[in-house]
Design a protein around this ligand. Structure first.
Ligand code: HEM
Length: 398
C-alpha cells in the first residue's frame, strides 16, 4: 500500500507499526522508495546530508531535480546554508516573541471574537486563518488578502509529494503557481522602487556569494514560506484542540497549570506529526537499518512513524502530557530542521491559551465524523466543529 493513499488517511499508525515490525527500513514498490519507519534510522538519514540529498525532498521520489522550484527545502549544501541564513534571523525565538507575539495574540482574539454563538469551528475559525495571516504579515504582503493566499497555498500543497503525472487538476495547480508568482513579481517591483522594512525587501536585497537571488530563487523562497507554515500549523492547532475536547479532565488540568500548554503542543506534534514524511535521495551506496540502499535510491523518511516507534517511546500510541522525551521528529532534524518551528510553537501556544481562557468545555458536535485532509504528506482534519460553554473564571497569570 502507498503510505499516502486515501486508505491510510483514517489512521496510518497501525500500518506503520506492522511495516516497522517487518523492518525499520522497508522497500515500498507503490511509492518506489525505501520507507524509513524507525526513529533511529530516520535520525541517521536526516543527520547525514552528505549521504542523502534533499534535491527531491518535497516532490516525487523519482524526480531527478526540481530546478523549477529552487527553494531551501530542496537545496543541498553549500548553497542551502547560505540561503537559509538570509531568513533565519526573522525566525529566532527572540524575534518572534519581540516582533510578532502581540500581533499573533491580536489575530487570535479577532478570530475568536468572530465565532458563532453556538459553534466553534476549530479549523475554519482559528487554526486555518491564524498561520496564513501571520506569515503574510511577516513576509510583508497584505494579510487581508489571506483567503487568496490560502487558496494558492492549498493548490500548491496538493501537488507536494505527488508525481507530476498524478497531480489532480494540473491546470488549477499551474494557474495557482502563475497567479502567485505574478503577485510576488508585482510586489517585488513595488519594493524595488520603494524598499520597505519587511522580510520580502530583505530577501530582495540580500546577496549570496556577491550575487542577488535569482527571480526563481526569490519566488521559491516566498512560496515556501507561505506554504510551509500554513497547513502544518493549522494541523497542529487542530489536533491540540481536539485533545482538549476529547479529555475534559486534561483540559481542566491545563487551565490550572498553563506551563503544561507546552507539553500539550510537543506531545501533539509527536502524536500527530502534521507532516508525516519527506523524501531524500541516496548519493552513494549506504546501509540504513540493515538494508543496502543504492546510490540514486529514494527514501521516504516518515516522521510520523518514527514518533510512534515503540523502541524509543514508551506506549507511543498513548497521548501523555507527562512524557519526558521531547525529541520527536515532527520538525525534522539536521540541516533542514524546520525554520518556522519557533513561530509554529508560539502561534500554537497563544492559540491554546486563548482557547483555555475562553472556553470551559468543548464538545464535538453530535453526529460529526472527523474527516482527514487527503493532501499526501500532511495529517490534519478537514474541520472540527465543537459546541462550547464559555469560561466563567478569569484567566490565571502566565
Ligand atoms: C507545526 C508546524 C510545522 C511543522 C510540523 C513543520 C515541519 C517541517 C519539517 C518536518 C521540515 C523539514 C523538512 C526536511 O527535512 O526536508 C520543515 C522545514 C521547513 N519549514 Fe516547517 N513546519 C512547520 C511550520 C513552519 C512555519 C510556520 C514555517 C514558516 C516560516 C516553516 C518553514 C519551513 C522552512 C522554510 C523549512 C525548510 C528549512 C530548510 O530546508 O532548511 N515551517 N518544516
Amino acid at each position: 500500500m502507498h503510505p499516502f493513499s486515501p486508505e491510510m488517511k483514517q489512521c496510518p499508525y497501525p500500518h506503520y507499526d506492522r511495516w516497522r515490525d517487518e523492518s525499520p527500513v522497508l522497500w515500498n514498490a507503490e511509492m518506489g522508495a525505501w520507507l524509513v519507519l524507525g526513529y533511529r534510522e530516520a535520525v541517521s538519514v536526516l543527520d547525514d546530508h552528505r549521504a542523502f540529498s534533499s534535491a527531491n525532498s518535497v516532490f516525487s521520489p523519482q524526480a531527478e531535480n526540481v530546478g523549477g522550484f529552487p527553494s531551501i527545502i530542496n537545496t543541498d549544501e553549500p548553497r542551502h546554508k547560505k540561503l537559509r541564513a538570509l531568513a533565519a534571523k526573522a525566525f529566532t525565538p527572540k524575534s518572534i516573541e519581540r516582533d510578532w507575539a502581540p500581533r499573533i495574540q491580536r489575530i487570535v482574539d479577532e478570530q475568536l471574537d468572530g465565532i458563532d454563538a453556538a459553534t466553534f469551528n476549530v479549523v475554519g475559525d482559528l487554526a486555518y486563518p491564524l498561520p496564513v495571516r501571520m506569515i503574510a504579515e511577516i513576509i510583508g504582503v497584505e494579510s487581508e488578502r489571506f483567503p487568496q493566499f490560502k487558496y494558492w497555498s492549498d493548490e500548491i500543497v496538493k501537488r507536494i509529494g505527488v508525481p507530476a503525472e498524478h497531480v489532480a487538476n494540473p491546470a488549477e495547480f499551474q494557474t495557482a503557481i502563475m497567479e502567485l508568482s505574478t503577485y510576488f513579481y508585482q510586489q517585488m517591483e513595488l519594493r524595488r522602487r520603494q524598499p520597505r522594512d519587511d522580510l520580502f525587501t530583505r530577501l530582495l536585497e540580500a546577496e549570496v556569494d556577491g550575487e542577488r537571488l535569482t527571480l526563481a530563487e526569490l519566488q521559491a523562497f516566498l512560496v515556501l514560506l507561505l506554504v510551509a507554515g500554513n497547513e502544518t500549523t493549522t494541523n497542529l492547532i487542530g489536533s491540540a484542540v481536539r485533545v482538549l475536547a476529547e479529555d475534559p479532565g486534561l483540559m481542566r488540568r491545563l487551565r490550572e497549570d498553563r506551563s503544561l500548554v507546552w507539553n500539550l503542543i510537543e506531545e501533539s506534534l509527536r502524536y500527530e506529526a502534521p507532516i508525516q514524511g519527506f523524501y531524500r535521495k541516496a548519493r552513494r551506496d549506504v546501509e540504513v537499518g540493515g538494508k543496502q540502499v543504492r546510490a540514486g535510491d529514494a527514501l521516504c523518511v516518515l516522521y510520523g512513524a518514527g514518533n510512534r516507534d515503540q523502541r524509543e517511546f514508551d506506549c507511543p500510541a498513548e497521548f501523555s502530557l507527562d512524557r519526558a522525551r521531547r525529541d520527536h521528529l515532527a520538525f525534522g532534524k539536521g540541516i533542514h530542521y524546520c525554520l518556522g518551528a519557533n513561530l509554529a510553537r508560539i502561534e500554537a501556544g497563544i492559540a491554546i491559551n486563548a482557547v483555555l481562557d475562553r472556553f470551559e468545555t468543548l464538545t464535538l458536535q453530535e453526529g460529526y465524523e472527523v474527516e482527514w485532509r487527503l493532501t499526501p504528506f500532511f495529517r490534519g482534519m478537514v474541520e472540527y466543529p465543537v459546541n462550547y460553554s464559555a469560561a466563567t473564571r478569569t484567566a490565571p497569570a502566565r
